[in-house]
Design a protein around this ligand. Structure first.
Ligand code: TYM
Length: 342
């Protein structure tokens, strides 16, 4: 992916397909933004990109119906606010396409109980929601595999936490191709060097998560500048009071990563910039950088929310374009598996 612009290899690479989705479970965090969204927008410039709202995945934790409806629409608006438009990408909502569920079933029949049981996120979510360990939660990774394989995606930009699910998608694709003949492209993860695991501001050994009950642990993409400043002020650090990237300094390492992502500065440059200054100054600078990074996104999001008619029309257009691509793969997979087609 590092070829010089306009070389024949670059042109071939540019036609490769990129796909990723996000769940509309609550307002996304700075972790989602730095680990996924930033790469999504950057890749939209050079690749054929398909991005979506994974509302079917969200059903696994039984959200309130009106809330799911509103959050799905808002998440779709957020994708557009990132600069992802139907003219540079295909942007859609998963449940608007029947193909994802169709392929999901076919892939379930090619996935072993044992390999689905080994998924770390299933184990974590099953223990966090012990009263609702539904079959959807168990087969969540095969629906994710269907999302990816249905578009014959080459690259999947994700944060570190989705790596295991992507490996499973590759294994399922390889197995299917081996059993029935070449059908699916083998997808590769695209995990950015910086920001692939943004940590909680309160417990910096844990990832920053939308579902963290402590509101000070994560920065939401819709937080006001005042809230962002307050959250960084109370971020957990250490007692050394020296801005330095080093093993064991999880809190400061996390803040340095966030600052580096937002300003483009290298860690050494940040260390020089804050040499001899305390954590207070540094935290204020990180907050300021995040506020500036999110400002245009937040403004565009608010503008789009005021245009529900436009959002509906854009979602319908995205679903139509995605459906054309998806139908080809579903048809091929059904035929290969021996389903009677009329
Ligand atoms: P989700 O909705 O939990 O998160 C969306 C994206 O954000 C990344 N991410 C992070 N990156 C860095 N630091 C963090 N703290 C952090 N938290 C989340 C996630 O890795 C993800 O890339 N199962 C997926 C959604 C999905 C999907 C797909 C993704 C459904 N189908 C097909 C890719 C391809 C999920 O729950 O992501």
């Amino acid at each position: 992916m590092e070829e010089a612009k306009n070389s024949p290899a670059q042109a071939r690479e540019a036609r490769k397909r990129v796909l990723s989705l996000i769940q509309p479970t609550s307002v996304p965090t700075l972790g989602n933004y730095l680990g996924a969204f930033r790469n999504w927008s950057a890749m939209a410039r050079d690749y054929d990109c398909i991005y979506g709202v994974a509302d079917l995945h969200a059903l696994t934790i039984r959200p309130e119906p009106p809330q799911l409806r509103r959050q799905s629409m808002e998440m779709f608006a957020m994708l557009l606010a990132l600069g992802l438009r139907q003219d540079n990408s295909v942007v859609f909502v998963q449940s608007h396409l029947p193909g994802h569920c169709q392929l999901h079933w076919l892939l379930n029949c090619c996935t072993q109980f044992g390999e689905a049981s080994r998924m770390t996120q299933f184990k974590e979510k099953a223990s966090a929601h012990a009263d609702n360990v539904n079959l959807g939660l168990f087969s969540y990774p095969t629906l994710m595999a269907a999302d990816i394989l249905i578009y014959q995606a080459h690259y999947v930009p994700i944060g570190d936490d989705q790596k295991q699910h992507l490996e499973l998608a590759r294994n399922i694709a390889e197995r299917f191709n081996g059993l029935y003949g070449q059908t699916f492209t083998l997808p590769e993860p695209f995990i950015g060097k910086l920001g692939s695991r943004i940590k909680s501001l309160q417990e910096p050994t844990k990832k920053m998560s939308k579902s963290d009950p402590n509101p000070r642990a994560s920065v939401s993409l819709l937080d006001s500048p005042e809230q962002i400043v307050k959250k960084f002020k109370s971020a957990v650090t250490d007692s050394e009071a020296c801005v330095r990237y080093a093993p064991g300094k999880d809190g400061i390492n996390n803040l340095m990563t966030i600052y580096a992502c937002c300003t483009g500065k290298a860690f050494e440059e940040i260390e020089r910039e804050f040499a001899g200054r305390g954590y207070g100054d540094f935290k204020a600078a990180v907050a300021e950088a995040v506020v500036e990074e999110l400002r245009p996104f937040q403004e565009e999001f608010r503008r789009l929310l005021a245009e529900p008619g436009y959002l509906k029309q854009a979602a319908a257009e995205g679903a139509e374009r995605a459906a054309r691509l998806a139908a080809r793969t579903v048809d091929k997979a059904m035929k290969k598996m021996g389903l009677w087609q009329i």
